[in-house]
Ligand binder design. Structure first.
Ligand code: MRU
Length: 338
């Protein structure tokens, strides 16, 4: 349980994660005891954010191997494939989820005996989790060069340590700049309807004593017009040949930033790139419309009205000033080969 101070997801005689639906009131670790429970945790956003989903997918296969009672390796691999399919389909937009699942499946497939498959699966999942923190720190250093002392940075949703195994992508850039001694102030958008900004980003920044101001996303244009925002830094769920998919609302900030001549950066590991697809190929998750109509059990909109609740949007690459990765900052249309 002590790992929950530093990691979002970890293995300690079983699979554990911070239940993000309880923050900011409670920081509690939840043990995941079955693949069904993991799928529910992903769907309900107890674990969320693209890199954290990559680790959840990876540990999910390690858990399936751990729970398996199959007699031989072929039966065991068939069970892992079934678990993989369940996990991959829990949320469709973030590419990291299937990336994590597939990487551990490949490692497990090299095992010939039950114990070997279990060991290989767990050790690959542990490597993915450790790698995530290393990558985010590297990415943070590259991104920190883009921030100046005294900058006001707008961010959307939560691309912090909670969205990863640790450190964070967009907030990792801010953390790295602050660690270098720069004064950075963050405007965190509340992020309707599930409030990842007000619940999670505000919590993380406050824990780290990084100055921040909470705003509603509809306020960003007015703040840009008043000259109160110097840069925008967000995370990503998937980066295709032509667009960045991220939390719904990101596209509006990008259009506004372009209009006001403000740099708009995306911070993401290479595992978020999907260079085989274009925007049109990607499914954007549509969530229960009731999430918009009800808040903490209280109805906000009349019963029976029509509501639309896509979880993500796509921002064309031409609106993006740079993509901050662990290999450096790419200026679209120049993209890394992955
Ligand atoms: O629905 P969520 O909370 O999983 O959405 C998360 C985001 O959109 C993040 O910005 C993205 O995953 C990048 S996290 C480093």
């Amino acid at each position: 349980m002590s790992d929950c101070q530093s990691r979002t997801i970890w293995w300690d005689d079983g699979l554990w994660l911070i239940d993000q639906t309880l923050l900011p009131e409670e920081l509690l670790a939840l043990e995941i005891k079955s693949i069904h429970q993991l799928v529910q945790a992903i769907k309900s956003l107890q674990v969320r954010g693209a890199p954290a989903l990559g680790a959840a997918g990876a540990y999910g296969i390690a858990l399936a191997a751990h729970l398996s009672r199959a007699a031989g390796a072929p039966e065991m691999m068939a069970e892992l494939e079934t678990a993989a399919e369940m996990i991959r389909s829990a949320r469709p937009t973030a590419v990291n989820l299937s990336w994590g699942v597939d990487r551990v499946l490949r490692a497990a497939a090299c095992g010939e005996r039950r114990e070997e498959i279990q060991e290989r699966a767990l050790s690959e999942a542990e490597e993915i989790a450790a790698e995530d923190i290393r990558i985010n720190r590297l990415l943070g250093k590259f991104g920190a060069r883009l921030l100046r002392d005294g900058d006001n940075v707008l961010t959307h949703c939560n691309a912090g340590r909670l969205a990863c195994v640790g450190w964070g992508t967009a907030l990792g850039v801010v953390r790295s700049a602050v660690a270098e001694g720069k004064r950075v102030h963050v405007y965190a958008c509340e992020t309707r309807p599930l409030h990842q900004g007000s619940r999670l980003t505000a919590w993380e920044l406050t824990e780290d004593r990084i100055p921040m101001t909470l705003i509603c996303e509809g306020m960003s244009g007015s703040l840009m017009r008043k000259g109160r925002i110097d840069k925008v830094v967000v995370g990503a769920d998937r980066i295709t040949k032509d667009a960045v998919f991220n939390k719904i609302g990101t596209y509006s900030h990008a259009v506004l930033a372009r209009h006001h001549g403000i740099p708009f950066y995306v911070a993401a590991p290479l595992s978020t790139f999907d260079s085989h697809h274009e925007e049109a190929d990607i499914t954007i998750e549509e969530r229960d419309p009731e999430e918009i109509c009800i808040l903490n059990g209280k109805r906000l909109a009349p019963e029976g009205i029509e509501a639309y609740n896509p979880a993500f949007d796509a921002t064309p690459l031409e609106l993006i000033s740079g993509i901050i990765t662990e290999k450096g900052v790419y200026k679209p249309p120049l993209m890394p080969l992955v």
